[in-house]
Ligand binder design. Structure first.
Ligand code: HEM
Length: 124
């Protein structure tokens, strides 16, 4: 329940982050980034707790986990290129490509995570 709520909040904040980026509302973009990162980390923490309390399909897990880890890894260059983008217009493309990679991975992580939850699993 709390996990579902944290996913909804994270998705809403991510939508606000992308919108403020596209609208070139830099200050708002930065303001929205911090709660988005906090919400994303909380969702990951709660997912970890769920993982400890249930035994999920090992096949699905072997697909979901590398995607979930890659999402967090790609977040780092997304932040780095965002910081560089602040004063250097030449960083438009690097930040854009990182954002696209991050969002694509996040959608895949969410989809495979939902498959895990909806698929067969046992309480530990
Ligand atoms: C998950 C994290 C982030 C996402 C999803 C995101 C998303 C976006 C998007 C969609 C754009 C528009 C890109 C374009 O026009 O092609 C953008 C622009 C931008 N972002 Fe981010 N961003 C993130 C993190 C950051 C961070 C941490 C910073 C800086 C500290 C940052 C700074 C900027 C700047 C300076 C722009 C350009 C705004 C302008 O043109 O005035 N972003 N971002």
């Amino acid at each position: 329940m709390l996990f579902g709520l944290s996913i909804m909040v994270t998705l809403a904040l991510l939508a606000a982050l992308v919108t403020t980026g596209l609208m070139r509302e830099r200050r708002l973009h930065l303001i929205v980034f911090f709660p988005t990162a906090a919400s994303l980390l909380s969702a990951i923490y709660l997912a970890e707790k769920l993982g400890q309390a249930h035994r999920f399909s090992p096949t699905l897990l072997s697909v979901h986990l590398p995607i979930a880890i890659s999402t967090v890894v790609v977040l780092l260059p997304t932040i780095a290129t965002g910081i560089l983008r602040w004063n250097r217009p030449s960083y438009v493309r690097p930040h854009r490509y990182c954002v696209i990679a991050f969002l694509a991975l996040a959608v895949l992580a969410l989809g495979t995570g939902l498959l895990l939850l909806l698929g067969p699993h046992q309480d530990v």
